[in-house]
Design a protein around this ligand. Structure first.
Ligand SMILES: [Zn+2]
Ligand SMILES: [Zn+2]
Length: 307
C-alpha cells in the first residue's frame, strides 16, 4: 500500500484555466482606487472633482477596516443560492448589517473638510438624517433608483454600501460564488457592472471581466458581447479622439445595436487602471455615446446622473 493511496486527491486547477469570478481584495481595492483617482486628476479639466473622489475612496478604505465582523450566509443558504443560481449576497434582499451607517458616518467625517461647498451642505444634511431616512436612501441605491429628491446624497450612501458589500464579498471568496444564468449581473450580489476591464498581466490576462458597481467582484464575459442583452452581433466600439490626459488608460465604449445600450471597457495598456476611477475620468465619452443614441447599462454609484 503506497502512501499516495491514502492521500486525498486534491484537484489541481490548470494554471491556464482563468478564474470565472475574482473576489475583491478588501485590503487594497479602495486604497488603489484612491491612488488612481489622484493620478487621473493631474492636468484633468475635472481635477478638483477627481481629487474629491480620491478623498471619498480613501475614506472608504479607512471605514472598511473599522467594520465589525459581518454575519455571512450560512452553509445551507449558500447551498440554496448555488442550487437556484442566485447571488449569495443579493443587493435587494440581503439583510444588511446596520454597521454600514457607521461607515457612512466615518466617511462623512473624513471628507467634510475637503468637500467643495455644495457637497459640504449635502454632507451636513445627510449626517443629520434619522436612521430610517438613511435606510430609505440605501434602498434607492440598491434598486438603482438614482434620481429624484436628495439624489445628490446618494453617492455618499452608495460609498458606504460599497464598503459593506465589498467586505462581505471579499470574506465570502469565490468558492461560494457560482456563475449565474444571467451573465450581465454580478454573481455575488446581483447588481449591475460599472464597466469591464481587460488587464495585461496575471492569469486573467487579456480576458474581459465585468466589474460590479456595488461589491467590486469581477466576473468573466467573453469579448465582443453585450453585457446587457447577450447579443454578439452589432457590437462596436467608440473612443475619444484626444485622451483628456496622458495617464488615462485606453477606455472604449462598447455599444450594442440590439438594445441600444453601452458600457465602457478599460484596458490596462499603460499601467494600472481602475474601472470606477477610469470611468469617471472619461465622462466626455459618455456624452459622445449618449448623443449617438445609446443609454448606459450600468451605473457608477459615485456619480449623480445629471448632477
Ligand atoms: Zn456585486
Ligand atoms: Zn445589447
Amino acid at each position: 500500500m503506497s502512501a499516495t493511496a491514502q492521500t486525498p486527491i486534491i484537484p489541481i486547477k490548470s494554471s491556464s484555466e482563468p478564474p470565472h469570478v475574482i473576489a475583491p481584495d478588501a485590503n487594497t481595492i479602495f486604497a488603489t482606487r484612491a491612488q488612481r483617482f489622484e493620478q487621473l486628476a493631474e492636468g484633468h479639466a475635472l481635477g478638483d472633482w477627481l481629487r474629491f473622489l480620491a478623498a471619498i475612496t480613501r475614506a472608504q478604505h479607512e471605514a472598511l477596516h473599522a467594520l465589525p465582523v459581518l454575519a455571512l450566509p450560512d452553509t445551507a443558504q449558500l447551498a440554496r443560492a448555488r442550487e437556484h443560481r442566485m447571488p449569495p449576497l443579493p443587493a435587494q434582499s440581503w439583510p444588511r448589517d446596520p454597521a454600514w451607517r457607521d461607515s457612512l458616518r466615518q466617511i462623512i467625517a473624513r471628507i467634510a473638510d475637503v468637500a467643495p461647498e455644495p457637497a459640504r451642505q449635502d454632507l451636513a444634511r445627510l449626517a443629520g438624517l434619522a436612521p430610517e431616512r438613511t435606510e430609505a436612501l440605501a434602498e434607492r441605491v440598491l434598486h438603482t433608483e438614482l434620481y429624484g429628491d436628495d439624489a445628490a446624497l446618494l453617492p455618499y450612501v452608495a460609498a458606504a454600501l460599497q464598503v459593506l458589500w465589498t467586505t462581505a464579498a471579499a470574506r465570502l471568496g469565490i468558492g461560494d460564488v457560482a456563475a449565474l444564468d444571467v451573465p450581465g449581473v454580478c454573481p455575488c450580489c446581483g447588481f449591475l457592472p460599472v464597466a469591464s476591464v481587460v488587464r495585461n498581466s496575471g492569469e486573467a490576462s487579456n480576458l474581459r471581466y465585468l466589474h460590479c458597481a456595488l461589491c467590486n467582484t469581477e466576473w468573466n464575459l467573453v469579448r465582443v458581447k453585450c453585457s446587457a442583452c447577450d447579443a454578439n452581433e452589432g457590437i462596436s466600439y467608440r473612443h475619444l479622439e484626444s485622451d483628456e490626459n496622458k495617464t488615462a488608460g485606453a477606455v472604449r465604449a462598447e455599444t450594442c445595436e440590439s438594445c441600444k445600450s453601452y458600457l465602457k471597457i478599460v484596458y490596462s495598456e499603460k499601467g494600472p487602471v481602475d474601472p470606477v476611477a477610469d470611468d469617471l475620468a472619461t465622462l466626455a465619452l459618455d456624452i459622445l455615446v449618449d448623443e449617438a443614441g445609446y443609454a448606459r447599462s450600468g451605473p457608477n454609484l459615485l456619480l449623480v446622473p445629471g448632477g
